[in-house]
Design a protein around this ligand. Structure first.
Ligand code: DGL
Length: 264
């Protein structure tokens, strides 16, 4: 059983990649919809939430975890790995950094993520460890998460397009040929982002992490289960079910269970 968690819908972008790569694995997904967004909170709060999310997932007999949240991957992953030393815990930052460093030709790389992720400079550290010559253009895009959580995900949505144009202007001006979507909510609106930056290679942190998880599970010789997916959230499931159904192109009505995350 694979555990995937995020503050809300964003981790579904990782879930859909994991499902594509590992169709037979059982997956438990948790979206902390009662406390989204994480990206504007303090490090202490993000760590506290991440530990609770992990404790909930561990009740499901998990073999590996994908931290499908750039914010948690940037601020709390070392603490999670310390707490669960025997559990493979894959984050989105290092995986995406490796793909971006391989992809760029002109060595100019844009990074968009939550305020907490950009402030942590996690992507800059990883990218410069791979190639100190990379020129990086980090931009925090805090409005993207509420737009996704509220279902403004269509590539034709004018509000999301307008916000994207505003946020992505510095990246466009920089001449970067590669852009990391450093928050897992952003691949859900990647078609909007591609409309604004049509000539830029877009690196999804969700896809990069899913590929790393798949490689890890194959190396562990994991044979999978029945390919079932269970969905849990920490608030009213209806909004999550509606937007997730559109994004995953699967009907999720009445398939999402609400839990009390404060009990964990
Ligand atoms: N999807 C998450 C991330 O990758 C969290 C966004 C948020 O809750 O602010 O950063």
């Amino acid at each position: 059983m694979i555990g995937i968690f995020d503050s809300g819908l964003g981790g579904l972008s990782a879930l859909s990649e994991v499902r594509r790569l590992l169709p037979d694995e059982d997956i438990t997904y948790f979206g902390d919809t009662g406390r989204v967004p994480y990206g504007s909170r303090s490090r202490e709060t993000i760590i506290k939430y991440a530990l609770q999310d992990m404790r909930f997932l561990m009740t499901k007999h998990i073999d590996a975890v994908l931290v499908a949240c750039g914010t948690v991957s940037s601020t709390a992953i070392d603490i999670l790995r310390e707490k669960y030393p025997l559990l493979p815990i894959i984050g989105v930052v290092d995986s995406a950094a490796r793909v971006a460093a391989r992809t760029t030709r002109n060595k100019l790389v844009g990074i968009i993520a939550t305020t907490a992720t950009i402030a942590s400079r996690s992507f800059e550290r990883e990218l410069h460890a791979i190639d100190p010559e990379l020129e990086l253009y980090p931009v925090a895009c805090p409005l993207f998460v509420p737009l996704v959580e509220n279902g403004f995900i269509s590539p034709d949505d004018e509000v999301t397009l307008l916000v994207a144009k505003r946020y992505l202007e510095p990246i466009q001006k920089s001449g970067a040929d590669t852009l990391i979507l450093g928050c897992t909510h952003y691949p859900i609106i990647s078609r909007t982002i591609a409309k604004v930056l049509p000539d830029v290679n877009i690196v999804s942190s969700s896809k990069a992490a899913a590929e790393e998880l798949a490689a890890k599970l194959r190396s562990m010789g994991n044979t999978g289960g029945g390919g079932r997916t269970e969905y849990y959230v920490s608030d009213e499931p209806v909004g999550f079910e509606t937007t997730a159904s559109i994004f995953l192109e699967t009907e999720l009505a009445d398939r999402v269970t609400r839990i009390d995350i404060d009990k964990y």
